[in-house]
Design a protein around this ligand. Structure first.
Ligand SMILES: Nc1ncnc2c1ncn2[C@@H]1O[C@H](COP(=O)(O)OP(=O)(O)O)[C@@H](O)[C@H]1O
Ligand SMILES: [Mg+2]
Length: 276
């Protein structure tokens, strides 16, 4: 960002795609079931619809993102584990799905322990992404429901974090914890990472509780809360079973539209920053 400001703007634009580095976004919230994985996949696919080149990274040992593209994490032999721990080039574990997908496997559960004794343990993902970055416009990283070493690797490698929060069980305490982790990372490991936005998910217009949750979020986080709300619908549970994004499963439905609208908000925000 700092360097970009020093260059004449025309110079930046003259570069073909690829000469500029992609935006790396982590999806994080230490609470499970808030739609991190659903959002990673569907935002990735919504970007791809716009002609953007996207790499999705499954950094959760549960492998839900991998599964949601019809792959089986139990039978995958080489995964992000090998990339992080044995420095296998990430290209070798990228599967071509709706978007390019760096897969997880059950081994990844052992990565935190295996990494913990290595020098540079917080930067393993950042390093692994370096050689493939020029190929992509966006890298989206799905993280496990914890603030352990895998999530820290994602935050260190990212420019921004999108935080999905479930309107039903809003945990402000959880958000404060995540903010504390982020400021620790900014101080010690990656000064550039910031919250890109808070995304209300599982929004149910019929309940007062959902509307109150949004009010509380906006009171506490203001403009950081996306205007897009992801409504609660069973479609989200159906799509992954078919090994597809909601956008492919029901392309004209409201759920697909919601993620397209989120994609637009993220892209507009990125443009606004570029022209600032
Ligand atoms: N907007 C939504 N409405 C209803 N169910 C949803 C919605 N988004 C996700 N889900 C479902 O909720 C469960 C948890 O979502 P998931 O994306 O796996 O969350 P996380 O990755 O944060 O644990 C999944 O079964 C998913 O299909
Ligand atoms: Mg998940």
């Amino acid at each position: 960002m700092g360097l970009a400001r020093l260059l004449p703007r025309s110079n930046l634009r003259a570069h073909p795609r690829g000469a500029r580095l992609p935006t790396v976004i982590a999806f994080a919230n230490q609470k499970g079931g808030v739609a991190k994985t659903t959002t990673t996949l569907n935002l990735a696919v919504a970007f791809a619809e716009q002609g953007l080149k996207v790499l999705a990274v499954d950094l959760d040992p549960q492998g839900n993102l991998t599964m949601s593209q019809g792959l089986n994490p139990d039978t995958i032999e080489r995964s992000m584990f090998d990339v992080l721990v044995h420095r296998l080039p990430i290209q070798e574990i990228v599967h071509k799905a709706e978007v390019d997908l760096a897969v997880s496997s059950i081994d990844l559960a052992g990565a935190e322990l295996a990494l913990s004794s290595l020098i540079g343990r917080e930067r393993a993902l950042e390093k692994a992404l370096l050689p493939v970055k020029p190929e992509y416009d966006y890298v989206l990283i799905d993280t496990p429901p914890s603030l352990g070493l895998l999530t820290i690797n994602a935050l260190v490698a990212s420019n921004s974090v999108i935080v999905p929060v479930q309107c039903e069980y809003l945990s402000l305490r959880g958000l404060v914890q995540l903010e504390n982790t982020l400021s620790m990372i900014r101080e010690n490991l990656n000064p550039h990472v910031a919250i890109g936005g808070i995304l209300p998910t599982m929004y149910d217009t019929r309940t007062l509780h959902s509307r109150e949750a949004i009010e509380i979020l906006e009171e506490n986080f203001g403009d950081l809360v996306f205007k897009t709300r992801i409504r609660k619908t069973v479609r989200y549970a159906e799509a992954p079973v078919k090994g597809s994004s909601i956008i492919k499963y029901d392309p004209t439905g409201p759920a697909a539209e919601a993620y397209r609208s989120l994609a637009k908000e993220v892209l507009d925000g990125a443009q606004a920053r570029e022209h600032a």
